[in-house]
Design a protein around this ligand. Structure first.
Ligand SMILES: NC(=O)c1ccc[n+]([C@@H]2O[C@H](COP(=O)([O-])OP(=O)(O)OC[C@H]3O[C@@H](n4cnc5c(N)ncnc54)[C@H](O)[C@@H]3O)[C@@H](O)[C@H]2O)c1
Length: 363
């Protein structure tokens, strides 16, 4: 089968949801994934069962130049999602983090540049490229922090915010983000960057290091204790994965005009959540009490990050449609239907990883 759309990291949470949408629409999907993430094999098995004729898996690493080049062959569009995704792991092994996220992205870009089929490419970057945002004055409310500045409170953080890479993960994703933009500038490739905030939904095998919403939901259903780092008032905007896939597909179909640009993408100011509020909401939906322990703030944890999504909305007409209670209920249902509660799924380690420290609210 010749895949027309390549998804690197297509066995991961976001990739599985993108593959499901594309294969469901009758498209051929090629996945390049090293299956480094626990749960990725389960995701890919699910995809192959649901769409037996549409899914092709290349089990390979983005650090493998030849495998990446072969995967890009004959492809019309690349979703480049494969990554080392945890800040904590990047702190314990910056070299592996760099080689997967920065070097791996360069490998994908070079393969795209060399490809006779001239594929377009969308890259999943992160809000971490904007750093700690410690200059944003906050007021402390009962359950959350809120920006003092009315404009920030109403709209969130725009793309005009200065880049300020924090932690090796921020540096490696930030470098990749800049390479992707520059390959549009320097080589005329059709590339686009999505700087994503917290995404949640089915097929998310969240753990303490990454995927905090799914981690909290799964822990609640399994009656396991979750750790809240800091005071739990840190705020993020959260976006249901179906809304993200809508945005990706709009970006893909408009990539001619949008090429070379970066967009902040998340739930925006209308879909924000603190850790304490998430606990309250999960308890409301599941009807149980969560077991919670506390620990000190972790280095680099932003007290507030909310995406200003107006640039992408104005460019494409996109908006987040799924309200938080509906999205969370869908996630709970997915866990209940597909998964008997099981032990937390840790990150499988890349060759060269030394340790994985605990942490909750990474992105
Ligand atoms: N989920 C979020 O909230 C969020 C937020 C911001 C940015 N992002 C970015 O979106 C992308 C997808 O995130 P996700 O939540 O689906 O993560 P995920 O961990 O579920 O998926 C990543 C996939 O990449 C694969 N992978 C890891 N290292 C690889 C390598 N060296 N070669 C090939 N494949 C490899 C993993 O096996 C996994 O299937 C990542 O680039 C991440 O940085 C995600």
């Amino acid at each position: 089968m010749t895949g027309r759309i390549l998804i690197t990291g297509g066995a991961g949470f976001v990739g599985t949801n993108v593959a499901k949408r594309l294969a469901g629409a009758g498209m051929n999907v090629r996945i390049l994934d090293s299956l480094a993430r626990a749960g990725s094999e389960e995701n890919v098995d699910w995809l192959r069962e649901a769409f037996p004729d549409r899914i092709e898996l290349i089990e390979a690493d983005v650090r493998d130049v030849d495998a990446v080049r072969a995967a890009v062959d004959g492809i019309e569009h690349v979703y480049h999602l494969a990554a080392q995704v945890a800040v904590t792991t990047s702190l314990s092994d910056p070299s592996t983090d760099f080689s997967v996220n920065a070097r791996g992205t360069l490998n994908v870009l070079e393969a795209v540049r060399a490809s006779p089929s001239s594929p377009s490419l969308i890259f999943s970057s992160t809000n971490k490229v904007y750093g700690g945002l410690s200059d944003i004055d906050l007021v402390e409310c009962a359950m959350r922090y809120a920006p003092k500045d009315e404009r920030v409170r109403a709209n969130g953080i725009p793309e005009t915010r200065a880049l300020d890479f924090h932690a090796p993960y921020g540096c490696s994703k930030g470098a990749a983000d800049q390479y992707v933009l520059d390959y549009a500038r320097s080589f005329g490739l059709r590339t686009l960057v999505m700087r994503m905030s917290c995404i949640y939904g089915p097929h998310q095998h969240g753990n303490e290091d990454q995927g905090w919403v799914a981690h909290f939901v799964r822990s609640a259903l399994a009656s396991e204790t979750v750790t809240v780092y800091g005071d739990g008032k840190q705020v993020r905007d959260v976006l249901f994965v179906e809304d993200l896939v809508n945005a990706f597909e709009l970006a893909r179909s408009n990539i001619g005009e949008l090429s070379g640009r970066a967009f902040n993408l998340g739930g925006g100011a209308e879909n924000t959540l603190s850790v304490l509020e998430l606990i309250e909401e999960v308890e409301r939906i599941t009807g149980g009490s969560m077991q919670v322990s506390t620990d000190a703030w972790r280095v680099g944890d932003q007290r507030y990050y909310v995406s200003d999504t107006r640039r992408f909305g104005q460019a494409t007409g996109w908006r987040a449609d799924v309200a938080l209670p509906d999205g969370l209920s869908a996630l709970v249902r997915w866990f209940e239907d597909a998964h008997a509660p099981q032990a937390s799924a840790p990150m499988r380690r890349h060759a060269g990883d030394r340790s994985v420290a605990a942490g909750a609210l990474q992105r």
